[in-house]
Design a protein around this ligand. Structure first.
Ligand SMILES: Cc1cc2nc3c(=O)[nH]c(=O)nc-3n(C[C@H](O)[C@H](O)[C@H](O)COP(=O)(O)O)c2cc1C
Length: 175
């Protein structure tokens, strides 16, 4: 990888923040496709690619139905695009590994959102409301297991967060 590409990838990982407020400006279909493509190329155990995506645009009646399923409904209502990420039970092979794959897929999409100058947040609380939340999107809860809802739009806030120091995460000092 070229030096500037390397810097761009590392910077994107460090600078991406959760964005929960969005401007009125729309998100183009091409931008959504770029985000979904990033998710599609995530790694998965046995390359089983168990993830499935549901895209709900602002104004679709499913936006309000989804908003009612989470205490973060105000974020869902503000979003210009919602991306529901589900595991297809027919494509799964191992609970833990499929969940890890979904996490990789979602993070790829968040990084793509950031690279495009868009903003998003990974909404996880909403999955506590299964099976109703799956039905609210018009899907069959016997087949689709919800992993997250991504709320996406053009950033109307900076976003901020911090991290524990690396020393607190290392189980033994780095040699
Ligand atoms: C599994 C998971 C679930 C999350 N669920 C929510 C959520 O329900 N609502 C929310 O506002 N943010 C949610 N977040 C976003 C985190 O709050 C956020 O990533 C964390 O505070 C770090 O901030 P940053 O993303 O700006 O670096 C979730 C993130 C993850 C990885």
């Amino acid at each position: 990888m070229k030096e500037e590409q390397k810097d761009a990838v590392l910077e994107a990982m460090h600078q991406r923040r959760s964005i929960r407020a969005y401007t009125d400006e729309d998100v183009a279909r091409e931008e959504i496709e770029t985000v979904l493509e990033a998710g599609r190329w995530a790694p998965s155990g046995l390359n089983n690619q168990p993830w499935r995506f549901l895209v709900v645009r602002a104004g679709d009646r499913r936006q309000e139905a989804l908003a009612e399923q989470t205490k973060y409904g105000h974020v869902v209502r503000r979003a210009k695009v919602l991306i529901g990420v589900y595991l297809d039970r027919e494509a799964k092979y191992d609970d833990r590994k499929d969940n890890q794959g979904a996490g990789a897929c979602i993070q790829n999409m968040l990084l793509a959102v950031h690279a495009l100058g868009l903003g998003a947040v990974w909404l996880g609380e909403i999955i506590n409301h299964e099976p109703d939340v799956v039905e609210a999107a018009g899907l069959d809860p016997a087949r689709y297991e919800m992993m997250a809802l991504l709320a996406v739009g053009r950033p109307d806030q900076k976003g901020s967060s911090d991290r524990k120091p690396l020393d607190d995460l290392l189980l033994e000092p780095l040699a």
